[in-house]
Design a protein around this ligand. Structure first.
Ligand SMILES: [Zn+2]
Ligand SMILES: [Zn+2]
Ligand SMILES: [Zn+2]
Length: 497
């Protein structure tokens, strides 16, 4: 196969499908014929995720045919923005898992795997489809001060999205049409509407500003969330999570689909994305974690939630690590036990990469001598329950999981985990909450000194029997002062500080 005689130079920010359409038009060929000629399409099949990613081998073979460098071809794929504008990890797994891979990548953050937006004036000027028009956060054309459009004015299809399955390969690219025309299927042929003739809707300066900011974040791979520098990916994830929280608290209105499904794809409509961004800007762009937490609590109060808990935020949206210090700070102010622990955990993670112990170093019932002195003879709450709660506190310190999940780690049924902790932390037991938290913290310090690591990993399930009967079979190490044959206990640990 001979390389094409001419070279169509790609625009610095050009998208692959537009480039192919422009090149095909130069040769008065259809995109499909060009794709066959350069062996991009083989036996009528387009490569999977056409225009999103291309394997190195196809890229260099195609580049040779087009008189381009392989890097130029790769630059035009959406994947060239991987890890800066979105996370495409897992997309390059075999074809038959395409649906699963698409689902997974969509869950990893806002991305348009198929279709995008466009500026009619840009298309009229040079017919070049910009790669950044496929980034959900880019809502305007900064050159022409207008909103980007996403629908064809004639067939009303989402441009570049060839069917409902988010297909990226042109379904009917058999027509000779230039890059500025709509190539969506329409009737028995191709729509062919001239997109450059579409209306231009001017946008307000703050929308252009917002596009510029997102462009800078993505280009430099660095952004700022609540006054702290983050990678661009984490920054965008924080924006997305903030939007999720705002929607769940009823502050932001949006399409039904988005409201009902927290993992959903981003709105196509540029104005809608911009509105969502504006709604959450005071939160994400707050100058400090404390200010962002103020804003978040204000949102909660307005929504009629005076004391939010972790699930208020965790269930609303996919988690974003850049927002964790903010939600933790906000929750700490409303003063729940698990929040104080989570705060402690965030603090520990900032100083230590990993705690020097793991949940498997915690028995189902903590050692009797770990209980706060004045509770060591208590019968209400029962000793066994106090020891189980202390064990759950330790697991929770480590994982930050809910009481139910922390209990589950120890083999304790969720309703027991919830009831026992609620019981022990209730106001009727004065200071018990603080005493237990302090006890958990000092026990955590000595856990790593056990002679055997992960000594407690074989845990029997705590049964569903009534009250403490269910704890009969539980792991219950003794204090060496009570039983000198015990292998180890915290109060006689030699390394105890
Ligand atoms: Zn433009
Ligand atoms: Zn159309
Ligand atoms: Zn002891």
């Amino acid at each position: 196969m001979t390389p094409l005689p001419l070279r169509v130079a790609p625009h610095p920010n050009e998208a692959w499908h537009g480039y192919l359409a422009r090149t095909a038009a130069q040769y008065d060929a259809t995109v499909a014929r060009l794709a066959d000629h350069i062996r991009l399409r083989r036996d009528g099949r387009w490569p999977g995720y056409h225009g999103v990613l291309l394997d190195a081998q196809t890229a260099s073979a195609t580049a040779e045919e087009l008189n381009l460098e392989a890097t130029e071809v790769l630059q035009m794929q959406l994947a060239s923005l991987d890890q800066s504008a979105f996370d495409l990890t897992g997309l390059d797994i075999p074809q038959r898992h395409q649906m699963a891979a698409t689902q997974r990548v969509t869950n990893q953050g806002w991305v348009f795997l198929a279709g995008g937006r466009y500026c009619a004036t840009c298309l009229r000027t040079d017919g070049v489809w910009r790669l950044e028009w496929r980034i959900p956060w880019i809502t305007t054309c900064t050159l022409h001060g207008c909103w980007l459009e996403h629908r064809c004015p004639r067939c009303e299809g989402v441009i570049g999205r060839y069917n409902g399955l988010n297909a990226t390969a042109p379904s009917r690219a058999a027509t000779r049409i230039g890059s500025r025309f709509c190539d969506l299927p329409f009737g028995h042929g191709t729509c062919g509407a001239d997109l450059a003739e579409g209306d231009m809707r001017p946008c307000p300066p703050e929308a252009t500003e917002s596009t510029r900011n997102f462009r800078t974040t993505i280009g430099s791979q660095v952004g700022v969330v609540a006054g702290k520098q983050q990678s661009s990916l984490k920054t965008l994830q924080a924006w997305q999570a903030a939007i999720g929280i705002s929607i769940s608290l009823g502050r932001s209105r949006t399409t039904t689909a988005l409201r009902n499904h927290r993992w959903t794809s981003p709105p196509r409509d540029a104005l809608e994305v911009h509105q969502l961004v504006m709604d959450v800007a005071p939160f994400v762009k707050a100058e400090s974690v404390d200010q962002a937490a103020d804003e978040l609590l204000e949102w909660c109060r307005t929504a009629g939630i005076p004391s939010p808990h972790r699930d208020t935020f965790a269930r609303a949206t996919r988690p974003a690590s850049a927002l964790t210090p903010v939600t933790t700070t906000a929750l700490a102010r409303v003063g729940r036990v698990h929040i104080r622990l989570a705060r402690q955990r965030v603090h520990d993670q900032q100083t230590l990469p990993l705690l020097p112990w793991a949940p498997d170093d915690v028995p189902q019932l903590a050692w009797p001598c770990t209980l706060p002195p004045k509770w060591r003879t208590s019968t209400r709450p029962d000793q066994l329950i106090l020891r189980a709660v202390l064990a759950m506190l330790l697991v929770r310190m480590h994982s930050g999981a809910t009481w139910a999940d922390s209990g589950a780690t120890l083999g304790i049924p969720p309703d027991k985990a919830r009831n026992w902790t609620r019981y022990c932390f209730s106001a009727r037991f004065h200071h018990l909450k603080d005493d237990l938290i302090n006890a958990a913290q000092s026990t955590a310090d000595v856990l790593p000194h056990q002679p055997t690591r992960a000594a407690w990993h074989r845990r029997p399930d705590v049964t569903d029997d009534f009250g403490t009967c269910s704890l009969k079979q539980a792991q219950a190490p003794r204090c060496r002062n009570d039983d000198p044959t015990a292998t180890w206990c915290p109060c006689t640990s030699e390394s105890r500080p």
